[in-house]
Design a protein around this ligand. Sequence first.
Ligand SMILES: NC(=O)c1ccc[n+]([C@@H]2O[C@H](COP(=O)([O-])OP(=O)(O)OC[C@H]3O[C@@H](n4cnc5c(N)ncnc54)[C@H](O)[C@@H]3O)[C@@H](O)[C@H]2O)c1
Ligand SMILES: O=C(O)[C@H](O)COP(=O)(O)O
Length: 526
Amino acid sequence: MKILVSDNLAEAGVEKLQSIPDFEVEVNTSLTHEELRQVIKEYDALVIRSATKVTADIIEAAERLKVIARAGIGLDNVDIAAATKHGIVVMNTPEGNVITTAEHTIAMLLALSRNIPQATYSLKSGKWEKKRFRGKEVFNKTLGIIGIGRIGRVVADRAKGLKMNVIAYDPYIGSDYVNKLGVEAVTFDELLQRADYISVHTPITQETRNLLNAEAFARMKRGVFVINCARGGIVNEQDLYDAIQSGIVAGAALDVFTQEPPKDNPLLTLEKVIGTPHLGASTDEAQENVAVAVADQVIDYLLNGTIRNAVNAPTIDGEVLANLRPYLTLAERLGSLVQQLTRGPMSQITIEYVGEVCNLDTRPLTISVLKGLLSPILGDQVNFVNAPVLARERDIKVTETMRGEAEDFTNLISVQLKTQEEENLVAGTIFGKRDPRLVRINDFRLEAAIEGHLVLIYNIDTPGTIGAIGTCLGRHSINISMMDVGQVLERGQNIILLRTDTPVPPPVVQELLAMENVNVVQVLEL
Ligand SMILES: NC(=O)c1ccc[n+]([C@@H]2O[C@H](COP(=O)([O-])OP(=O)(O)OC[C@H]3O[C@@H](n4cnc5c(N)ncnc54)[C@H](O)[C@@H]3O)[C@@H](O)[C@H]2O)c1
Ligand SMILES: O=C(O)[C@H](O)COP(=O)(O)O
């Protein structure tokens, strides 16, 4: 398998990838966008940081790409929707640079308060300007954190160590939880009005873009300091410039910019603005953490199918995967079987989990059903990542129900598919620890392996029919490896499920159909 590392990745991560005999690892950090578009078709994995822009055209050209793995947190340089649609897992390493970025924020806060960059510059220019660079204490000042997630929390903790009062606004985290951190949960408006320092720690989203704009600056305390070590654009750059010029903002520390590297950015002409070139995560420790983490995740995914820290597929760790695996197989085959049994455009799929299976994480199982459902129609295009999106695009309504109480089986998954023309239900179970079995097709009870080349025959229950079917297949050198006769529920009706060593071709299907007591013959591939 071929891996492309297109951004600077710490050596420890590259070495880890190179240690896998099956991997051919190429490190090339100087590719232009067009060059990347040309070469990406050769690769199974793309490892990036924030510099590579993985846009829809790159994804379109990535014929065999299975994973885009980001050593770091922010994924705003990846078109996740396009990757999802193409079935490419997008993963990041959300933990490895949290402390480092929080420390950078605190460094910015202190540097801003004590004019350290400006004073250094002045000193090195031969000046001794003690009066000019008088600063502010942070002790007892109020720090307002916007977004109290992983980094925001560490910033809060470190700021409390500096004896600051910390308040936070985060509409997605309960105030009880925030208060337990020793941080006062406040509204956005309250934060703007009370904070001496405001530091943003949210992702960039539709909601957070331009969150700190002219209207917000107008509500802030005069002399406030603003810090952005999250993403360029959360603080509107023109409005920040104006707020500094008008004296509302006493100074700003920026690690990130709307355009990186910044080009003719007026903020960089102001002495009250200090900045770093997106260095938040740039420490030896963090870079090693994220590089090793990303390498481990890529290896785990490509070699074992274990998905960790994906933003477009549920995380399944090795142990959980081991427990889920037989159910994943069963779920996928039930999806495929019910689709092959049912004619017409699909409108609704209802999945019922019964018994012990309810104790597992059923989300991956539902995705497996959808993958099975769509694979007979879309082939290799569909995978674990894009199956839900493709189902949604086709307007298939997905309903899941759970029933903890088992009846005939300790665990059961039943899948009912409705199309505009008909509906069918199939159900299966796991025998022992890992043997998927089909136990129901509509009203017929059976007990059959659910794999391989299958032929489903509805017939009138008369002596000799089974023998005649066997003779017909034998005449065409088709060996039957398994036969299961469904329990007759309606007098005279029978269902036979055969597994054959080779597929049954259409002329033989016609021959079977021509038999007097055979009503329906369906060939199924699982
Ligand atoms: N400068 C760097 O080098 C660097 C390094 C690492 C991370 N980052 C950036 O830092 C940011 C935070 O990372 P994290 O790991 O803490 O993320 P996180 O997901 O753990 O936390 C983000 C928090 O923002 C909150 N949030 C979302 N929308 C909000 C809104 N409208 N108002 C207020 N809060 C909102 C979320 O509820 C969440 O608690 C991200 O943008 C990430 O890309 C930058
Ligand atoms: O989101 C992140 O992890 C940071 O912005 C770090 O980006 P970088 O890997 O390009 O330094």
